[in-house]
Design a protein around this ligand. Structure first.
Ligand SMILES: [Ca+2]
Ligand SMILES: [Ca+2]
Length: 263
């Protein structure tokens, strides 16, 4: 194969085409050939004996534009616009991520408070349950208060399995708030103070008598109001109150049916 490097040709068709091409100024007798194979900027031409040439395409309007390039100013403007677009998109993305985290945090806080309150109210409703009537049997030794007054702890007793004793499972319960760990705890019988709900800000208790007046006398308690305030686990720097923690308060009033029957 004879190579004629440096010989310039004008081809009247696009690179890669297989139509006839007019080779101008070609050496020898080659005038009209067909491009069969493209090898970078060189072409094998047939039906002649395969010869490789350096080809130069006749410039078109598009190719002239392509060759003009861009100025430094245009490049800088495009770069700045591109960066501005990326910054805007990233900023929107960040806002969306923060909102999603906040929503999840708030939902978790509400579910946390509701779950704790559900359990508390369910167990308060059973307070004073005394199917054996030990509070009415004339003996004071086995009497018990369904709800015993305590300013910060909720103390509940009920004879759930009806055997006249309060030593069985879940029959003597105390709910109490641990401010040092922001935890609502639940103590059963002589067991430990197990965590019931975390990220709790406060537990407030109020006791009312038959007439709806506040009372501190355990024997007169007929209704209990529980206010439970939970807070978000993560602080939001943009939230100005409570050191960035949003709060959620649940308030529930429960009138245990058995309290009126105790004595
Ligand atoms: Ca008794
Ligand atoms: Ca029992």
């Amino acid at each position: 194969m004879a190579d004629h490097w440096g010989t310039l040709f004008s081809l009247e068709m696009a690179v890669g085409s297989h139509k006839s091409a007019q080779a101008l100024g070609a050496p020898g007798k080659i005038k009209k050939c067909r491009i069969t194979t493209e090898v970078t900027s060189k072409f094998f031409i047939s039906p002649c004996t395969p010869i490789s040439y350096t080809a130069v395409l006749r410039p078109t309007a598009v190719s002239r534009l392509d060759q003009r390039g861009v100025t430094l100013t245009e490049l800088m403007v495009a770069l700045v616009m591109g960066l501005a677009t990326v910054a805007a998109v990233y900023s929107v993305h960040l806002v969306q991520v923060k909102q999603r985290i906040l929503q999840e945090d708030v939902m978790a806080m509400q579910q946390n408070a509701r779950a704790a309150m559900d359990l508390m109210t369910r167990e308060i409703r059973m307070a004073g349950y005394d199917p054996m009537g030990v509070n009415r049997d004339g003996s004071d030794s086995n009497d018990f208060s369904g709800v015993a007054y305590h300013p910060t702890e909720l103390q509940i007793k009920s004879d759930l399995n009806g055997n006249g004793l309060l030593t069985d499972s879940n029959e003597s319960i105390v709910f109490l708030y641990d401010a040092s760990t922001l935890t609502l705890r639940r103590k059963v019988g002589r067991g430990g103070r197990q965590p019931l709900a975390e990220h709790i800000q406060s537990l407030a208790l109020q006791y009312f008598d038959q007439g709806g007046a506040p009372t501190t006398d355990s024997t007169n308690i007929r209704m209990i109001e529980v206010a439970l305030t939970a807070q978000t686990e993560h602080a939001d720097p943009q939230y100005p109150k409570n050191e960035g923690h949003r709060t959620f308060t649940l308030r529930s009033r429960v009138t245990p049916r058995n309290l009126g029957l105790v004595r």
